[in-house]
Write a protein that binds this ligand. Structure first.
Ligand SMILES: [Zn+2]
Length: 377
């Protein structure tokens, strides 16, 4: 098989359920060190992080990714053990095969080839690797970015290896992500007997109408780069279990995926104003957690290099997308870096029998190598 295939297999063999790194970063560090990189291991709590750099000049082009994976789920439903890389037909199976050990392997191999072929390249290359992307993402990329900012290191351009492709390698790249804002609202009324409603205040009745208005509200119609903002209720609980009791409290959790037409402050104000004024008889309290601001990388040096690489290797014109969940790009983009996500086909990520097409591995490495060539030669 190929170099990318072999390194992908080695990485899958490291059992690295989030936030465990399972030894992946040591493997990557050894390869990069041999290539001439200086390595900084930056552990925070249970999380392994790594910053590696070669060269001191500008621009600084960074490959970013994560070594942790989501839990495999029921092992007996896998065709082969999830942490034992196995070929079935044209695919390599294993947890992390697509998200995102194959892109890490392709980035390492691409960089080795590029540095060997162009020892006098301009600028610098960095690797920002964490084992805390699939979990809470509190001790991972966000902390490494803090460290780099304190050092005065500015990332100019960053390729994140998240599995962006839909059907063919390179058919979709992500140039931004929606923001994500989580909320918890508590409606506090007064518990009592269902037969005597006038002696109670039923928080369910108050909440359902008010929340329904938020669900059906037209938040915006999106823009050229982003779909409309959405409001989704994910959890709702109230009730004591008894048929004859009106409960005293209702809790609802909800999430906004919002575009660049919105900001988190305005969304919070709209929700709070709406729900605080439903009925003076209810106490309503809120908890908010912003998990990422929206970002967008416009046409520029990086995006042009990525498009050229995909055209060159796969003869495709990639769709520029901002859909999908959040990624660590949300921590890197606010530093002013151009951020584009390019990685394997995402059809099987987080599923049982996660897999990657073996024939996609080398082309992905050639795309990454071509990006370096366009930006640093
Ligand atoms: Zn991922």
């Amino acid at each position: 098989m190929t170099e990318v295939f072999d390194l992908t297999c080695d990485l899958i063999s490291c059992s690295s359920e989030t936030p465990d790194d399972g030894g992946c970063q040591q493997l990557i560090a050894e390869r990069l060190e041999t290539t001439g990189f200086s390595i900084n291991h930056l552990p925070f709590g249970p999380v392994s992080n790594m910053w590696a750099r070669i060269g001191g000049g500008e621009p600084l082009v960074v490959f970013a990714g994560h070594t942790d994976v989501v839990p495999p789920g029921p092992i007996n439903q896998w065709k082969s053990p999830p942490f034992q890389p196995t070929v079935h037909g044209q695919y390599l199976y294993g947890r992390g095969a697509a998200d995102m050990k194959s892109s890490l392997a392709a980035m390492v191999v691409a960089t080795e080839r590029f540095v060997l072929g162009h020892p006098d390249h301009a600028g610098s290359i960095g690797f920002l690797i964490t084992s805390d992307e699939e979990g809470e993402a509190r001790d991972g990329t966000v902390k490494v970015i803090d460290y780099l900012e304190k050092q005065g290191t500015q990332i100019d351009m960053c390729v994140v290896g998240e599995p962006s492709s839909a059907e063919k390698i390179g058919d979709v790249v992500r140039v931004g992500r929606r923001g994500s804002l989580n909320g918890l609202v508590r409606f506090i009324g007064e518990q009592g007997h269902v037969a005597y409603p006038d002696q109670t205040r039923n928080p369910i009745h108050a909440a359902i109408t008010a929340l329904a208005q938020l669900v059906t509200r037209d938040w915006d119609s999106g823009n050229e780069h982003f779909p409309p903002t959405t409001f989704q209720i994910s959890n709702m609980s109230a009730g004591t279990g008894a048929e004859n009791v009106i409960p005293g409290e209702l809790h609802a959790r909800f999430n906004f995926r919002f575009n660049t037409e919105q900001n988190d402050q305005t969304l919070k104000e709209i929700v709070e104003n709406h729900l605080l004024h439903i009925d003076p008889g209810f106490e309503v309290t809120f908890d908010w957690r912003l998990s990422g601001q929206p970002f967008l990388t416009k046409q520029g040096r990086l995006l042009e290099a990525v498009q050229a690489a995909i055209r060159n290797v796969a003869s495709l014109e990639p769709e520029l997308s901002t859909s999908g969940g959040t990624s660590d790009g949300r921590f890197i983009a606010p530093t002013g870096a151009e951020v584009v996500e390019l990685g394997p086909v995402n059809a099987s990520i987080h599923k049982i029998n996660e897999r990657v097409l073996i024939d996609d591995l080398e082309p992905l490495a050639r795309m990454y190598e071509h990006i370096l060539f366009r930006l640093l030669c």
